[in-house]
Structures are given as C-alpha cells and as structure tokens.
Design a protein around this ligand. Structure first.
Ligand code: PLP
Length: 396
C-alpha cells in the first residue's frame, strides 16, 4: 500500500527521535539529564489541579469547537493586561500551539505555497508546513550575528509569487533571539508591503532576560489583517501536558476558514480547558519569579558552555534554549554515544541534534540545542557531563 509523499518528506522530531535509546539506557539503570526537550521542571500552578478537581458536571461533554467561554474570557483578559485588545471572536482554542500551527497552515497554504522562516527554527515547523503542502523558505541566521534576522533586504530577496507568510518565533526557539520593537516593525513592514501573513509565535512571551518585555505583534494595529498570533499555556504556566494553545487573529476571513478545521476535530479536551482557564488567575509575581529562575539557568548554562574549548554560541536573550556548535564531527552520532556508551557515575545527558532545526540540507551537523529547563544543580551537573563527553568522544 502507498504512503503519502507528504509523510515521506517529514522526519522524526530531533527532540524525540532518540527516546528509544534513552528508554533503553534508563532501563539499564542510567540516569539521564534531559536537556533535549522544552519540558520545564517548574511546578504547574496549583490553580490548574484545583479547577480540575472541582469540576462538578456529571457528563464530560464535548466543548465548543472554538473553546469554552471561561477560557476565552481569561485569554481576552490576559491580553488586555499586557496592552493588547482582542475579543473572543479573535481567538480559537486549540490542542496546544502545535494544533494552532497545523490549523493555520492548513488554512493559508496551497501545494507549493512558501513560508519564510528564519533558521534555525522550532523543528516541528518543518512537519507542519510540509503536511499542509507548503515549502519552508529559510532565512539563514548565524550566532556571530546573534541570530539576527530583522533584515528587510534579506527577507524581500526570498519573496516570490508563492510566498504566503513570514513566520517568526519571538522570543525564538532555538536561538533565544528577541526582537526589539523596531526590528518587529521592520519585518511587519515587509509583510504588509507584500500582503503576507505575519505569523508570530509568542509562546515564550514571558521569558525574556535582558529587556523588560517583548512587544506582542497584536499591538501593531495597522497589521490586523496580516498578524496571526500562536500562543499556548505550555511554557507560560509550565503546563505542557495540558495541551492548550490558541490561534489568534483579527483577520475574520482567516478565522472563518480555520473554524472549519476546528469543527472537523470537534473540540479541545474539555477538562484541560477548565484547568487552563484557572491558570490565568496567577499574577505578575508568578512570572517575575519564573523569569528570575530561568535567567539564572541561562547564565549558568551559557557560562558552562562557553568554558568548553571550541564551542560557538550566542547568549540567548529569551525562551529557554541555547544553540551551540560543538567541537565534534556529528551531533547525531554524539547523541547516540551519550546514550549508549558514555557515562560518569551512572549518569549521562541528552540534547537535541540540530539538523532538524534547519531547512537547508547539511546545516546544523555539529550543532545541538540545549534546553535549560532543569534546576541549577542538575543543570550544572548536566553541562559538566556534556563537557566530559565531548572530550571522551573525541578521544575514542
Ligand atoms: C516555538 C514553539 N511553538 C509552538 C510550540 C508548541 O507547543 P505546545 O503545542 O505545547 O503549545 C513549541 C513547543 O515547544 C514551541 O517551541
């Protein structure tokens, strides 16, 4: 029987494809410090679990396709607090930011449509865009330039009659780049001039370490037709397992099409929505505390990385990842080595080999993405293991 060309063109996730090796290593008794996946160890606010416990309806029913009202209200309110005015009609609740991206690309791409994405980028964009029949048109960025991509000339050089959108992640996964207001405006101007969607994935909005805030693209009111926000509770409230995200736009035509896909998949999990609505009750002190915690982790991770001879990386300004070129031949072989051969006192570390974060073939071969999602003590040990493993790998 035949398989689709779309499926064939996609690859396994670089964050998860080594999981079978990790499970085997754990079964054999190894402890693994997991820096491969953006799964924070910060506790989910108890408001989530309280709300789920207090759910008193006798039937666990389907929710509305666009999401339950208390959650939509909570999201509208949250945006109001950060100075962005949205109404419920501008919001579709989805199964994570992941489904928001899938529904968005299904709604705006035809076979061969192109999406400009600064690379390296969150690897699943490759999967979501290809699955919708689209093509990723990468804009290459490098650590020596702090992964800056706010360059109108470079963006315009990639635009052709097939281009439908510019997709940016701000703060950026995996590079930690954060756009200034002026840079965001520069990119927005290009999108407006060429009548393109400006997809702004802001799931890491609260995680910025060297500036006070990141400008939400929803504030660019001359861009109402162009801007689409991808948002999620996963990182903001350390609630990745809740699987609640949102697709947000004032473009009514787009939202009407996206609703068809939302209705097709019926709804997002009702109980997860109930819990997520309660999460929005946490105040600014929660974000300040979490931000400080990640800033310390960022500083530790960056200091340990740059102390390893031969490593090239840029200090991340936001999100909770750092990209690093390692002095090794191949990051996938290295990852396999980490899980199958290397150990120190029964412990090893896991990272994400970076080729999957690029669309340009051959890029990222000796790069990894590190997620600084562990407590400082564990993170410090994990980074020491990484340094030790690089040395031993190169002296095998
Ligand atoms: C940039 C970015 N967008 C979207 C997602 C999807 O997250 P979720 O589906 O958990 O909301 C992630 C997850 O890591 C991400 O890093």
């Amino acid at each position: 029987m035949k398989l689709s060309e779309k499926a064939r063109m996609c690859t396994l996730s670089p964050m998860r494809k080594f999981t079978p090796y990790a499970m085997a290593a754990e079964k054999a008794g190894k402890k693994i410090y997991k820096l491969n996946i953006g799964q924070p160890d910060i506790e989910t606010p108890p408001e989530f679990f309280d709300a789920v416990r207090n759910f008193s309806q006798k039937v666990l029913a389907y929710a509305n396709s666009q999401g339950i009202e208390p959650l939509q209200d909570a999201v509208v309110d949250y945006y109001h607090r950060i100075g962005v005015e949205y109404t419920k009609q501008d919001i579709l609740i989805t199964t994570g930011g992941s489904e928001a991206l899938q529904i968005l690309f299904l709604s705006i791409l035809d076979p061969g449509s192109e999406v400009i994405v600064p690379e390296p980028f969150y690897a699943n964009y490759n999967t979501f865009i290809k699955a919708a029949g689209g093509v990723v048109r990468p804009l290459s960025t490098i650590p020596e330039e702090d992964y800056n991509y706010a360059n109108a000339e470079k963006l315009e050089a990639l635009i052709n009659e097939n281009t439908r959108a510019i997709a940016i992640i701000n703060p950026q996964n995996p590079t930690g780049n954060v756009l200034t207001e002026e840079e965001l405006r520069r990119i927005a101007d290009v999108a407006k001039k060429h009548d393109l969607y400006l997809i702004c994935d802001e799931v890491y909005r609260e995680f910025v370490y060297d500036t006070d805030d990141v400008l939400c693209a929803g504030r660019l009111r001359d861009m109402d037709e162009n801007v689409v926000i991808i948002d999620s509770v996963s990182k903001r409230f350390s609630a990745c397992g809740a699987r609640i995200g949102m697709l947000i736009s004032r473009n009514k035509g787009l939202m009407a099409q996206a609703l068809k896909f939302c209705q097709g998949r019926l709804c997002t999990a009702t109980l997860d929505q109930v819990g997520a609505a309660a999460l929005y009750k946490v105040g600014p002190e929660y974000f300040a505390k979490v931000r400080d915690e990640y800033r310390r982790r960022r500083d530790l991770c960056y200091a340990k990385l740059t102390a390893i001879p031969g490593v090239v990386c840029a200090k991340p300004m936001g999100a909770f990842y750092v990209m690093a070129k390692l002095p090794i031949d191949n990051a996938e072989s290295f990852q396999q080595y980490l899980l199958t051969e290397f150990e120190d006192n029964g412990e090893t570390v896991m990272v994400s080999p970076a080729t999957g974060f690029y669309a340009t073939p051959g890029k990222g071969l000796n790069e990894v993405r590190i997620a600084y999602v562990l407590k400082e003590k564990d993170l410090g040990r994990a980074m020491d293991l990484l340094a030790m493993a690089i040395d031993r790998y190169n002296h095998r």
